[in-house]
Ligand binder design. Structure first.
Ligand code: ADP
Length: 428
């Protein structure tokens, strides 16, 4: 968007935000126009470093959203971001555009220090690096993404939006494990929680759906993707969440066990002779739904159940039983619950999971209307009947929009100063 000054130069209002979510072998990106918070383009580079790397890029500005694909080895994150930048440039959305206001990065672990989105300085980056021991799988990839983006646009504000930030309001008695305090503190062992961007967004949207302010409602958010976590949000602030020091704790997930007796790990080491790394892989990658029945996609599990597969049925029951326990526990933590909200891949799409998780909880005021539950929609919606004491809702999550909003709120305030460039150099 441009306006023209008296001197005839155009003031480019920098109102685009690039959101980057850098994983160990993938980069997901979205370019948003913050005038109307619409997507201009979305993309994904996966299997970075392998021969079978793939980039999928979808421009969304023009109407016909046709995905372009590139295949073949993309060596590293720098090459991935360069390839994404080329695709964006081909749509007239190059990262050199003065309309780009900032790059917002999803950063998984912000420890206790980062309670808010933060403009990335050298000192901030050093601090994110210091957190690598508590997030060895995630923070290194996030750091690589940040460094790569900085090299591409050193002049541009880069903002870190932390998965842990929303949970930093948890009271000490919820965040501490009941282990020796000195040992815990020496190694920063405590419950941090993850998926915070989603829990923040969804709990706010749920309040909106109820026609109330976030400060007026208590909600239980069930983020059920491949990773899954629950949170209890009282008056807009997180007071409890199911993931802990790492994303392994809590609900049954696609490939993670969630809660187990920690002594299982000693047993695996002493009796089964497994190494620490093998146990790590077992609990993070070979457990949960995949460990129980060989599939982690809820669609496939439901299909198998329909065919009478008993292992799939047991996996489903274990998954739902854990969910139910958390709904009960968080109802007790909150005292009064206004809504239970389902989100992410399973939560948004699996009517059987929602139905089974809420079944039998009438005493807690929770009921699901079968007709409403069966409706497929991308919109926030209630699935409880009018008479229900507690609302049950489905609210599609949008972590990228939340990251863009938080990033823009931090750096977009200098407006309307914008960036002055002579007319003719304006990139639309
Ligand atoms: P993540 O972001 O953690 O990778 P998502 O939130 O995208 O995960 O959720 C992915 C999961 O959602 C899949 O593994 C699958 O189990 C589930 N899922 C996606 N679509 C459906 C659907 N239509 N019905 C049931 N489950 C679905």
């Amino acid at each position: 968007m441009t306006t023209t000054t008296k001197e005839g130069s155009a003031v480019v209002q920098a109102r685009r935000v690039l959101v980057l979510n850098s994983g160990s072998s993938s980069v997901k990106y979205q370019l948003l126009d913050m005038n109307d918070r619409s997507r201009l383009a979305i993309g994904l580079v996966e299997r970075i470093g392998e021969e079978t790397s793939r980039l999928l890029h979808t421009p969304l500005a023009g109407g016909d959203a046709e995905t372009r694909e590139r295949t073949g080895r993309i060596a590293d994150h720098a090459a991935a971001l360069k390839a994404a930048a080329e695709e964006l440039a081909a749509d007239g959305l190059g990262l050199d555009s003065p309309e780009l206001a900032a790059i917002g990065h999803r950063v998984v672990h912000g420890g206790l220090r980062f309670t808010e989105p933060t403009v990335i300085t050298d000192e901030v980056l050093t601090e994110i690096e210091r957190l690598v021991p508590v997030a060895p799988l995630h923070n290194p990839a996030n750091i690589t993404g940040i460094r790569t983006a900085q090299a591409l646009r050193p002049d541009l504000p880069q903002v870190a939006v932390f998965d842990t930030a929303f949970h930093t309001t948890m009271p000490e008695y919820a965040a501490r494990y009941a282990i020796d305090v000195e040992t815990a503190d020496a190694h920063r062992i405590r419950r941090y929680g993850f998926h915070g961007t989603s829990h923040a967004y969804v709990s706010r949207k749920a309040a909106e759906l109820l026609g109330r302010a976030p400060e007026e409602v208590n909600v239980i958010v069930l983020h059920l993707g491949n990773g899954a976590s629950a949170s209890a949000v009282a008056a807009g602030r997180c007071v409890e969440t199911s993931m802990g020091l790492t994303p392994l704790e809590g609900l049954v997930m696609g490939t993670r066990s969630g809660d187990i007796d920690p002594a299982v790990t000693f047993h695996l080491k002493r009796v089964a002779g497994m190494s620490t790394d093998e146990i790590d892989v077992l609990l993070n990658k070979k457990s949960g739904l995949v460990g129980l029945c060989g599939d982690n996609d809820m669609r496939e599990i439901r299909r198998r159940i329909d065919e009478g597969d008993e292992r799939a049925a047991l996996a489903f029951d274990i998954y739902v039983h854990r969910l139910k326990k958390y709904i009960g526990a968080y109802s007790a933590v909150l005292g009064r619950v206004d809504a239970v909200v389902f989100t992410a891949g399973v939560g948004e799409n699996s009517a059987p999971v929602r139905e089974a998780a809420i079944a039998g909880l009438e005493e807690l005021g929770l009921v699901v209307d079968a007709g409403l539950n069966a409706v497929r929609s991308g919109e926030p919606r209630l699935i409880s009947p009018n008479y229900a004491r507690v609302a049950v809702a489905v609210v599609p999550t949008d972590e990228e929009l939340e990251i863009a909003d938080q990033t823009f709120a931090l750096v977009g305030q200098a407006e309307p100063a914008g960036q002055q460039v002579p007319v003719g150099q304006v990139d639309n």
